[in-house]
Design a protein around this ligand. Structure first.
Ligand SMILES: C=CC1=C(C)c2cc3[nH]c(cc4nc(cc5[nH]c(cc1n2)c(C)c5CCC(=O)O)C(CCC(=O)O)=C4C)c(C)c3C=C
Ligand code: FE2
Length: 391
């Protein structure tokens, strides 16, 4: 990838700046592909962990700009040594790659309560474990993690290459706990983007926090001074939930029932009883039968900020199909990701409402869960991922 791109640089293939006040990959217009990884830290040596985070930052700054992970490169080193880049992104453009790091609750105190790195007193209250929700069917082996990296790009090979090289660089310090590929975005995070569809066939990401809503982002997305741990100022909390969708059952449900469950028209994405996808939800409208056009337990009503003490989130999830399950069903669903200023005040009340009342629950199952604190952006120069926490 050190050579000049061989295809014209467009918005989809170009580079997203790595440095800035906030990490890229949050309000960056959602790219089409995801490789998300959670790591366990396998050393107790704080200096080794910090040194790896510095190496990761340097590699991330390079890879997001379409360069090799290391300064020598995949094919320019001595024949006797393993290359400092694995090579599968050679000749590929940056493809909008963003790499977003997060710190999990167990980095601060592990499962046995041990403060391995002397940072337990820096754990923000907002990074307390998420509660168990009704009907959660979480698999511990694909949940949690000490660190995460969200790689988003418009080329899956570019996202996978980035995660693979970070894992390689971290050998002996971290090991991969779990990872997830996503093949199609299920959100828009900018008003310039067309709303994509999830595997239920519905437009997903219409009523989302978007990059243009700067006042709402300050209110609901970015951690600010006074929120708690100052090292998180300018950062955001990431919730990941792998949600299996039993699409074979969904596909036997009538169109009308599907639309009632969601609360929007499948074709246009408009709220039921309204015309345009981007019309504000109107819960006072009545249908021909005199009942509310959007039912009391429609997904969009239950999830709406008016029903959840004003809580809003920035959704940035992806469709996944992990092959089939051996019983003739696709192992498919939605890898839900949301960013918010405090997951306990935003994601939790919304998810409690959904877990209790959403008819969609007959067709979905939450199988993994994780919460990470994503620190603010990295400045150009000597800064690195986690400096404010460890420095
Ligand atoms: C806890 C947060 C949420 C989970 C988990 C969740 C799962 C989930 N959602 C869909 C499909 C759609 N969701 C839509 C809107 C919507 N969903 C949430 C939150 C969660 N969804 C919010 C906050 C909203 C916006 C509500 C509003 O203010 O209008 C929609 C409608 C289109 C849109 O606005 O994006 C769809 C469709 C699935 C399939 C799913 C789990 C698999
Ligand atoms: Fe939703």
């Amino acid at each position: 990838a050190d050579s000049e791109p061989t295809v014209p640089v467009s918005a989809a293939s170009g580079a997203v700046p790595f440095h800035g006040d906030h990490q890229a990959g949050i309000i960056t217009p959602a790219q089409d592909r995801l490789h998300f990884v959670a790591f366990d830290v396998v050393t107790k040596d704080r200096d080794r962990l910090v040194s790896m985070l510095q190496d990761w930052t340097a590699a991330a700054a390079r890879m997001t700009q379409g360069q090799d992970a290391g300064t020598i490169g995949a094919v320019n080193g001595i024949p006797e040594a393993p290359p400092d880049d694995t090579g599968e992104a050679l000749d590929l453009p940056p493809a909008g790659l963003t790499l977003t790091v997060g710190f999990g609750p167990t980095l601060f105190r592990d499962a046995s309560g041990v403060d391995r790195f002397g940072i337990a007193d820096k754990r923000p209250a907002a990074l307390a474990d998420l509660p168990k929700f009704p009907a959660d069917a979480l698999q511990p082996e694909i949940s949690g993690g000490d660190l995460c990296v969200q790689a988003c790009a418009n080329d899956p090979q570019v996202a996978v290459h980035a995660i693979r090289n970070l894992a390689r660089i971290g050998m002996g310090v971290v090991s991969v706990r779990w990872s997830q590929l996503g093949f199609g975005r299920t959100s828009s995070t900018s008003r310039d983007q067309v709303t994509p569809r999830n595997l239920f066939g519905f437009k997903d990401g219409t009523a989302n926090l978007k990059a243009e809503d700067t006042a709402l982002l300050d209110e609901h997305l970015w951690v600010r001074a006074g929120d708690g741990a100052s090292w998180m100022d300018g950062g955001s909390y990431l919730v990941a939930r792998k949600i299996r969708m039993t699409i074979e059952t969904w596909d036997r449900t009538s169109l009308g029932e599907q639309e009632e469950i969601v609360g929007r028209a499948k074709g246009t994405g408009a709220p039921l009883g309204q015309q345009d996808e981007f019309d504000e939800l109107d819960f006072t409208l009545k249908g021909p039968d005199g009942e509310p056009a959007i039912g009391e337990v429609a997904h969009v009503k239950l999830a709406h900020h008016s029903q959840n003490g004003g809580a809003r989130i920035l959704r940035r999830g992806y469709n996944f199909v992990d092959g089939s399950d051996g019983l003739g069903r696709l192992n498919a669903g939605l890898f839900f990701i949301s960013f918010q200023r405090d997951a306990h005040k935003q994601f939790v009340p919304i998810q409690l409402q959904l877990a209790r009342h959403d008819v969609m629950n007959e067709y979905i199952r939450h199988v993994s869960s994780a919460l990470f604190a994503c620190p603010p952006g990295v400045e150009d120069g000597g800064d690195y991922w986690g400096r404010a926490l460890f420095g």
